[in-house]
Design a protein around this ligand. Structure first.
Ligand SMILES: O=C(O)CCC(=O)C(=O)O
Length: 294
């Protein structure tokens, strides 16, 4: 049966009826790989404030936004600390940004607990905390990004596909969208369906690491961003929170009676989360570097 829309999962009942909510989450992850999370614990005022900071940053003159080019590779990986001084827009709100990214982390952990419940992971393997205990706040590659898609009316940005078709690399992604829709999902693996804006909802999707970890049970679905002609005069802002397992976590089949425990013929080597991420980033950036040098 063709999948025509993205399910909505109401988390207001997660405390009182976790099994029901968890089942809805897992049904969505097994079919389309996307769902809207409503009644989550992130106040709308915090989401609005984060979007306002993002806009304030993108509104800066171009030279100021190129601050990052001043820093070389050595400094980028120094002592596991912020790789460069933050631009003042963010520096003055460091406390808020830390608080907001911790809220994203806690919200993503709730979803992972739902996975653990519905997949009935045995207690001796970690039970409902099987996934959440492998996603520490400060040791994984998880990242909150601020994105701006400049309005399509400007000469340089005529293409209606604004972010090409791709899957995400981590375990799950939380996406905050604002004002301008545009995300499309390849639900049935051939047709694109749109992911409309639902005020206050977070759009959640499964990433490649989770598809590998569940041995294909959960679907990491291709998606892209397009602009409709009626939105050509508007900039689009979004904030994805890419959630990754800790680097050393082996992406071997999750101990669940719902997950096939046999690796496929191509999977005789199971990656750790860190290896998988590096492999994908190398492929992306080597490709980009080659393309740019041509
Ligand atoms: O901006 C969006 O709505 C989607 C972003 C996205 O898919 C990505 O950055 O991987």
């Amino acid at each position: 049966m063709a999948i025509e829309s993205i399910p909505i999962v109401d988390f207001s009942n997660f405390k009182t009826n976790p099994e029901k909510v968890a089942q809805e989450v897992v049904d969505a992850c097994k079919s389309i790989g996307f769902f809207y999370m409503i009644n989550h614990d992130i106040p709308q005022s915090d989401i609005e404030k984060a979007f306002a900071l993002s806009k304030e940053y993108f509104d800066l003159p171009t030279e100021e936004k190129h601050w990052i080019l001043k820093y070389n590779d050595k400094e980028i990986i120094k002592n596991n600390k912020p790789f460069a001084p933050l631009p003042s827009v963010f520096d003055k709100e460091k406390e808020f940004l830390c608080y907001f990214s911790k809220k994203c982390h806690a919200t993503a952990l709730q979803i992972l607990i739902a996975f653990g419940i519905a997949l009935e992971i045995p207690e001796e393997n970690g039970g409902k905390e099987f996934f959440s205990k492998s996603h520490s706040y400060d040791k994984s590659a998880s990242v909150l990004r601020f994105l701006k898609y400049p309005r399509g009316g400007e000469a340089a940005y005529k293409d209606h596909v604004r972010a090409g078709a791709h899957s995400d690399y981590g375990s799950i992604t939380l996406l905050f969208q604002k004002d301008v829709p545009g995300l499309e999902v390849q639900a049935s693996r051939t047709e694109w369906i749109s992911a409309p804006l639902i005020p206050g909802a977070i759009l959640v999707n499964v990433g490649d690491a989770m598809e590998l970890w569940t041995n294909g049970l959960f679907k990491s679905t291709i998606h892209r961003v397009t602009f409709l002609p009626e939105h050509n005069h508007l900039d689009r802002y979004s904030m994805p929170f890419f959630f990754h397992p800790d680097d050393n976590v082996p992406l071997t089949p999750v101990p669940s009676r719902f997950v096939n425990q046999t690796l496929s013929s191509t999977g005789d080597h199971a990656y750790t989360s860190g290896e998988y991420l590096r492999r994908k980033l190398d492929a992306t950036y080597n490709y980009a570097a080659k393309k740019n040098s041509n």
